[in-house]
Design a binder for this molecule. Structure first.
Ligand SMILES: NC(=O)c1ccc[n+]([C@@H]2O[C@H](COP(=O)([O-])OP(=O)(O)OC[C@H]3O[C@@H](n4cnc5c(N)ncnc54)[C@H](O)[C@@H]3O)[C@@H](O)[C@H]2O)c1
Ligand SMILES: N[C@H](CO)Cc1c[nH]c[nH+]1
Length: 440
């Protein structure tokens, strides 16, 4: 990996941010691809979705919605070890997400005047599950469990169809289907990429006028640049979660870290694809050298070594040398990684001081891939530095807090002079008149 040596230099947060590279993800170019895709789905409905699937996934899907038997067959055929793993992942995820449920909050503002924040689930949501480079059944769990725990009534999963011409071609990956079945999800569409986001957002009708996919209110889930660009383009028509694009890991480590662990963790996220980012921030040049040596050994030996090597050699991946862990904290905060590992002395207190990260993994035995599958935490996390303003997927993503205001006449009369003063300050007297009309 390339090196950035910040030792001895005092760089402020803004400059640090500018010097920490990201993958060269050209969202503008992706938007140019995605805009006509969205227009085509808007105008052509279900047939347009089929045409786009044929173009981008190399397979023409008949029924966009996966038949119920395909879901039950996939579950019946699921490898028992994978089934047990998915069940454990679901169980842990439910524990964490059930604790995120919100109860209504009633605030007595004055005698006779209350404001209640009532948490209401989004009615219908679309959950995107990636399957381009690799099918991600774990992303079914990460999308569906928080939506279910929030109490969402209607949820639809969209995921790309498989290429080829065998009996299962044009159906999604069978483990993804089995995960949906395990979670009781029966509305699954064999549609991927930007056309999936457009179909979920706009709905898709068949040529005979029947509704193939009713539109949703919110689309969540990770995906590649086209999925991300479509979510950005359709925001407003639908709500969206964070931009969960190409995976990233940053490791803040000192000389107590095990270089084999660090190398294995950097490789694990680089495995997602050539645009993935792996960053090591350390005050130990010896550790940096040992990690480089471990990478040189491990990358060629692992199954997806080719794409990992591209990701690690890319401008988005690097080793940053700093004076001490304090300076390292400033670097990782400026970078704002999707996943941040703390492998230092006193990792718990270092982790407690992190301000920007999608999720933080503390100490030697909390590798990022534990969070990908079975920690109980959510793996749909903000990338590209968007953790500075947006959190990863949780029950809160699927809830809206609605304020319910209830004042008595006396409580209204009490505050009326203030309302009248503000309405006249804003030159909106009718606002004030709506209050005075109620008072004797
Ligand atoms: N941040 C997170 O929380 C998180 C979690 C899991 C995965 N991820 C990321 O999600 C991404 C998944 O991407 P993926 O590609 O494997 O799967 P994907 O399902 O997101 O994308 C595949 C789809 O992209 C469309 N597509 C492919 N090439 C296209 C082109 N040239 N023009 C238009 N559309 C095209 C196709 O329709 C295909 O079905 C990875 O980058 C991974 O790192 C992120
Ligand atoms: N690392 C991904 C989040 O960036 C999540 C994932 C799914 N499968 C494996 N990993």
């Amino acid at each position: 990996m390339q090196r950035l040596d910040l030792r001895g230099s005092h760089v402020d947060a803004r400059e640090l941010r500018a010097r920490m590279p990201r993958a060269e993800v050209d969202v503008e170019a992706a938007l140019a691809v995605v805009r006509p895709v969205v227009d085509q789905v808007r105008e052509g409905g279900a047939d347009a979705v089929r045409d786009l699937g044929e173009r981008f996934d190399g397979v023409r899907v008949g029924a966009l919605r996966v038949p119920a038997e395909a879901l039950t067959d996939a579950l019946a055929a699921l490898d028992p070890a994978v089934r047990a793993a998915l069940e454990e992942s679901i169980r842990r995820s439910r524990l964490v997400h059930a604790d995120q449920r919100r109860t209504d909050v009633v605030t007595q503002v004055v005698e006779g005047g209350t404001v209640t924040e009532r948490f209401v689930p989004v009615q219908r949501v679309g959950l995107y599950v990636p399957a381009g480079v690799a099918p991600l059944p774990s992303s079914v769990v990460m999308n569906v469990v928080p939506a279910q725990e929030a109490g969402v009534e209607s949820l639809a999963v969209a995921t790309p169809p498989r290429r080829g011409s065998g009996p299962d071609a044009a159906l999604p990956d069978p483990t993804i289907l089995a995960a949906c079945a395990l979670l009781g999800v029966d509305e699954v569409y064999a549609v991927g990429g930007a056309q999936a986001v457009a179909m979920l957002a706009l709905g898709a009708r068949e040529a005979d006028g029947s509704q193939s996919c009713p539109p949703v209110d919110l689309v969540t889930g990770p995906g590649n640049i086209y999925v991300t660009a479509a979510k950005r383009l359709l925001r407003g028509v639908i709500g969206t979660d964070a931009e969960a694009g190409p995976s990233e890991v940053a490791v803040l480590a000192d000389d107590t870290a095990d270089p084999e662990h660090v190398a294995a963790d950097l490789i694990s996220q680089a495995e997602h694809g050539e645009a993935s980012a792996a960053v090591l921030v350390t005050d130990s040049a010896d550790l940096a050298d040992a990690v480089d040596e471990a990478l040189a050994r491990r990358v060629p030996a692992t199954r997806h070594g080719d794409r990992i090597a591209v990701a690690l050699a890319g401008p988005q991946s690097l080793v940053v040398l700093v004076d001490d862990v304090e300076a390292g904290l400033a670097v990782v905060d400026a970078y704002g990684a999707e996943h941040l590992e703390i492998q230092t002395r006193d990792a718990v207190s270092v982790a407690a001081r992190v301000r920007n990260a999608g999720a933080v993994f503390v100490g030697a035995y909390s590798p990022v891939s534990l969070g990908d599958y079975c920690a109980g935490s959510n793996h749909v996390l903000p990338t590209g530095g968007t953790c500075a303003h947006t959190a990863g997927l949780s029950v809160a993503t699927f809830l809206r807090g609605i304020h319910v205001v209830e004042y008595s006449q006396a409580a209204l009369a009490d505050v009326a002079p203030h309302v009248l003063a503000l309405s006249s300050a804003e030159d909106l007297p009718a606002h004030g008149e709506a209050v005075s009309a109620r008072l004797p």
